[in-house]
Design a protein around this ligand. Sequence first.
Ligand code: FES
Ligand code: FES
Length: 127
Amino acid sequence: MNWDMYTDKVIEHFMSPRNVGSMVEPDGEGHFGEPECGDSLTIYIKVKDNIIAEISFLVFGCVAAVASSSITTELAKGKTLEEAFKITDNDISNALDGLPESKMHCSVLGASALKNAIMNYYERNND
Ligand code: FES
Ligand code: FES
């Protein structure tokens, strides 16, 4: 394992990921698989007054995927659904003080699974 390619923040989130686990009766659930490497992420959210009150994730993937998933939950928690929907892969990699070029696609997992969870929430609450 070549740790030198990762920032301290990536390693710290990989070693102690935040908000790990599935969620009982989430209000929204989103999945995304990264075709480039086969890694995948599921994000669960609970919504209160249009705000992401709780969030958790399960990931199958590399160091950068775990760290990206973890920081995505931190970025999204407490945000309105509209604000959280706007979180980009760049926001995620910036929050990790950067990802190596070959690992930039790992941050897409977090942004995409989060968007899917929010859309799933809207679908469930449409009628
Ligand atoms: Fe997918 Fe690392 S390439 S686990
Ligand atoms: Fe594919 Fe990290 S190598 S998500």
